[in-house]
Each structure stands twice: as C-alpha cells, then as structure tokens.
Design a protein around this ligand. Structure first.
Ligand code: AHG
Ligand code: MN
Ligand code: MN
Ligand code: MN
Length: 332
C-alpha cells in the first residue's frame, strides 16, 4: 500500500484542494516537528531524566512537571524562528509571547497545551499536546493577549498529538479529521485514517465520577440514568472510561465514539470550569465537530463562546452527537 506522509497530505490539501495556504501548511509542519521532539522526550521517560516536578508553578496554580516545561520550550523554540506566527500562547506561560524578530514573523497565532495529562507522566500513561491556530488580527503589529480572544469558530486549524503506545497526530484544517501515525524509524507522520467519524450513538461515557456530589442536577440525572443501565430509562448498559488525559480520552471518542465530560461543578464553578477554553476546549471541539460530533458547555456550543481571558476555563461536554444533545437538553 502506498503511504502518504503528513507533508504530502498537506501539499495535496494546499494544491489540489485549496483548503490551506502555503504558510499554514508550513506552520503545521513546524508543530508536527516539535511534537516529534516531545514524543522522543516522553518516550525516554526516566532514562531521559524528564520525569517529576519542575519545582515551579503556572498561572493557574498547578505544579509544573519537568515535561510541561520542556514541551513548552520545544514548541516555543520551534515556532520562534519558524516564521509563520505573530505570537504564541500556552498553558504554561502567563501571557502571550509576541515574535520580536520581524524576519521571523508570520500571519498566524498559535496557542497550545504543550503537555496534556500531566498527572499521568510519572506513571507511564498516555499524555498529549493540543494546538489551535488562529489568524493574527490585521493591522496589529504586536499582537498581545487580546488578539487571542477569538471564538473557536475562527480557528483555521486544530490538532492534537497523543503520545501513547504509538504517537499519533490528529488534525483538522476545516475539511474533516485525519489521523497520522509516527513511523519512528522514518521519523515521519504517515496518514493512517482519513475522515474520522464519531458514531452518533454510544454506550461509553467518560467523566471523573469522584466529583459526582459536586455536579449540577442535569449532569447528576444524566449519569444516574447511564448507571442504571438496562433496568433504567435508557434500557441498555453503558461502560465507563477515564484516562484523565483529555487527549487520550477524546482520542478514544474520535476513534470509537463516546461522550467526554468535565462539566461545571461546585468545586470549579468560581473559575468557570476545569478545562481551558483556548487550548483545550476549542481545538478539541473543532476536531469533534469536524468528525460529526458535538461539543457544548451544557448550555452553549463551545465554538460560539467569545473568550474573555487567555486562560479562561469552561465546562466541557463533547463526543457522540445524540448523547451530547441529550445531556445539553437536560440543562434547558
Ligand atoms: P493538563 O495536564 O494539561 O493540566 O490537563 C489536565 C486535564 C485534562 O487532561 C484531564 O481531562 C483533566 O485535567 C483530568 O482532571 P482530573 O485529574 O480532575 O480527573
Ligand atoms: Mn496543567
Ligand atoms: Mn490539558
Ligand atoms: Mn498541559
């Protein structure tokens, strides 16, 4: 079988299909290259001396892992001279980072979660990288945090890399969702699935059930109904999975369906939720919608939200369409 590399796929998207501009193609290549470097660091584990805490914290009050910091540096360094972005923003940086060197400046904004699933690093469970690409506002020479406050519908590309038993990059440029597996010997991402589709129905749900007593009544009702199984109103049994790496949990849903929820609860209500809008919820929502799924906060479509803050948090309910619609309906 003829193999199609990420490079070849992107050139086809640009030339034959006109779905992307050349500089967006090159930006995605830079991100993919950085993800390969992160994959190598993650893969070395204890041998690379990369496990454990960095001894620092980020703006959201989380303790940073060494790999959080390293992955952030890898993405930053790769894109700083890449020449395709005007500014970058990340979970691990308090504020956005404008590109100073005029010769290295491009027309896009890149925002990322350099390492998703930090709590899983030290126990050798899948982690990931999430990224979102926006256009840099025209006529703004030095885009600051405000430039990033664009609704998710404005994303021109979104993707994630999951560092699991194999490393996979899943990408959308607004024309479906496509998966690439890293061929470690060749050092290149190879197209392994075109047009991924999330089944509309599912029997699998994903939620941190230890928070059950903090959930709002609509979510309590929904999960209680799933747990009642065959004997309950849903008249079938449901299974539960929670990796606690959003990338891995959503990747499972993109692959075989399911519903992923980090809903509003009384613990995180003051901050608006647990997951971050710009570099977790928005890119994952674009991917999920592009794969035929749905993504809401329980009340609104995530991609329609007007961000107010760079590190804004939101409730997240995404995945198989009929289930997302059902639980969203319970909120009405
Ligand atoms: P991050 O490691 O980038 O800070 O994100 C962690 C997130 C997400 O990946 C996951 O779904 C969730 O936190 C897990 O939260 P709990 O530990 O509350 O289950
Ligand atoms: Mn974190
Ligand atoms: Mn994350
Ligand atoms: Mn992270």
């Amino acid at each position: 079988m003829k193999q199609i590399s990420l490079t070849q796929f992107l050139i086809e998207e640009q030339r034959a299909k006109g779905n992307i501009k050349p500089d967006l193609r090159l930006l995605i290549e830079v991100v993919a290259r950085a993800c390969k470097a992160i994959s190598i660091a993650v893969g070395k584990g204890a041998l690379g001396g990369v496990l454990g805490d960095a001894g620092t914290g980020n703006i959201q009050g989380e303790a940073q892992k060494k790999l959080d910091v390293l992955s952030n540096e890898i993405l930053l360094e790769a894109n700083e001279w890449g020449g395709h972005v005007a500014a970058l923003a990340s979970e691990e940086m308090d504020h956005s980072y404008p590109i100073q060197n005029e010769q290295c400046k491009g027309g896009y904004l890149l925002v990322f979660d350099p390492l998703d699933g930090s709590s899983n690093i030290d126990v050798n469970i899948s982690v990931g990288t999430i990224f979102s690409v926006l256009k840099s506002p025209e006529g703004v020479a030095q885009p600051g945090d405000d430039a990033f406050l664009q609704p998710g519908t404005q994303q021109v590309a979104a993707g994630y890399t999951v560092y699991g038993p194999s490393t996979m990059l899943v990408l959308t440029v607004g024309s479906g969702v496509h998966a690439f597996t890293l061929d470690r010997e060749l050092g290149s991402f190879v197209l392994t699935q075109r047009n991924m589709q999330i089944p509309e129905d599912t029997k699998e749900y994903s939620i941190n059930a230890s928070n059950a007593r903090f959930w709002e009544p609509p979510v309590q009702r929904y999960i209680t109904e799933l747990q009642a199984g065959k004997e309950g109103p849903r008249e079938r049994d449901f299974n539960m999975r929670w990796v606690a790496s959003m990338v891995a949990d959503v990747h499972r849903i993109i692959t075989r369906g399911g519903i992923f929820m980090y809903p509003l609860d009384s613990k995180t209500k003051a901050q608006g939720g647990k997951l971050r809008l710009l570099y977790e919820a928005n890119p994952m929502s674009m991917i999920v919608e592009q794969a035929g799924g749905a993504a809401t906060t329980g009340r609104e479509r995530i991609l329609d939200l007007q961000p107010q803050k760079l590190h804004q948090r939101v409730p997240v309910i995404m995945g198989s369409k009929n289930e997302v619609e059902r639980v969203t309906g319970y909120h009405k």
